[in-house]
Design a protein around this ligand. Structure first.
Ligand code: NQM
Length: 359
């Protein structure tokens, strides 16, 4: 006997995974996590017995419900699973999966479209972060057709605009959790920063790399991975995140001068696999570091003038533009960040898990 669970399988930005209405999952969290592991087929490197795609970016789950918070429409809980581990981590955010939350709510009738476009306020429960998400809804239906392209996703689709309202100190205690804009940790100059995603940023040249290596070269570089894991563990303590050995954060970001007219070149480890592009809130956090005096980006990043800045974060498959609004009274204070994503409903139906999980 198997147990069916209603589910939409969706791409959100450059991530993908099953989305659930919270009411369709067990209320008991330990049981819910066992169910999610079965849904994805973890732990198993290939996730052969589930929906997971054998990569952290395709080992993600979205859980949605109507919000009870005044002024907020929807609550979103993001769960990061790993192909080969039995962990279900709901601590950090995912700005990519977030892009599919409003389409999910409209597709499943949780809420109704407002006109040709629909803007809803979403609270990400992982870090208590609010944002406004605007999707195209011509004729009251979610549209997935359009000319918005995002790097590392083939083709184009309808644009989804996300405006983040409060991102500082999402998981770490504050924007600069060590209290400094720059630290020397394990012999390397780093900026430890969290404007939506805890990151440790450092110059690729400080670990003997150019920063322009391919994803394949980065993933095959066991010496580099061991070096940055040592740095990550030390930085985790400095960022007051405790022992991060088994945690999916902080992510590690190698930086170098831009090469394609952007603001900064990056290679992002999430945290043990090199990202094909860069996470949404990782890009917001990198952009924020670019405007902070004294960060490790200084002297490398090309930052446009003015209080409304677009920071173009170069990554292995293109660039990610983040529009930052800077506090005119304090140029070190980023007030909000806006960006463009796309999403697509891939499949709707029921995912089957062993009935024994419900006994
Ligand atoms: O930073 C990858 C992704 C992410 C997370 C990761 C994300 C974000 O690309 O907001 O989107 O850093 O694990 O989906």
């Amino acid at each position: 006997m198997q147990h069916p669970i209603p589910c939409l399988f969706m791409r959100g930005g450059s991530s993908r995974g099953p989305f659930f209405n919270e009411a369709d999952l067990p209320a008991d969290l330990a049981q819910r996590d066992r169910v999610l592991l079965a849904v994805m087929g973890s732990p198993d490197r290939r996730q052969i017995d589930g929906l997971g795609g054998a990569h952290p970016l395709t080992s993600k789950v979205g859980i949605v419900r109507l919000s009870q918070t005044p002024g907020v429409d929807l609550d979103f809980l993001f769960a990061q699973l790993q192909p080969d581990k039995d962990t279900v981590d709901t601590t950090p955010n995912c700005g990519n999966m977030l892009a599919a939350v409003v389409p999910f709510a409209l597709e499943t009738g949780l809420l109704k479209a407002q006109g040709d476009s629909t803007t809803l306020r979403v609270l990400t429960l992982n870090t208590d972060m609010q944002c406004d998400v605007m999707v195209q809804t011509p004729g009251g239906q979610v549209s997935y057709e359009g000319d918005a392209g995002i790097d590392s996703v083939p083709g184009t689709s309808a644009p989804i605009k996300i405006n983040f309202l409060d991102t500082a100190g999402s998981v770490a205690p504050g924007l600069l959790p060590t209290g400094n804009v720059r630290d020397l940790i394990d012999g390397i100059e780093v900026t430890c920063i969290d404007n939506g995603m805890p990151l440790v940023m450092f110059k690729a040249s400080d670990v003997g790399r150019t920063g322009y290596e391919t994803v394949e070269q980065m993933n095959a570089d066991t010496e580099l991975k061991a070096r940055i894991e040592r740095l990550r563990i030390a930085a985790g303590h400095a960022m007051k995140l405790g022992d991060v050995t088994t945690k999916p954060y902080p992510k590690m970001t190698l930086i170098a001068a831009p090469r394609h007219g952007g603001s900064l070149n990056t290679r992002s480890f999430i945290p043990h696999v090199c990202h094909d592009s860069i996470g949404v809130l990782a890009a917001v956090t990198v952009g924020t570091a670019c405007v902070l005096d004294g960060s490790v980006t200084q002297g490398i990043a090309v930052v446009p003038p003015g209080n409304a800045k677009t920071i173009s974060v170069e990554h292995p498959t293109g660039e990610f533009s983040v529009a930052l609004e800077i506090d005119p009274k304090n140029p070190q204070n980023v007030l909000s960040a806006a960006l463009l994503r796309t999403a697509r409903l891939i499949m709707r139906g029921e995912v089957m898990v062993p009935a024994a999980l419900y006994r």
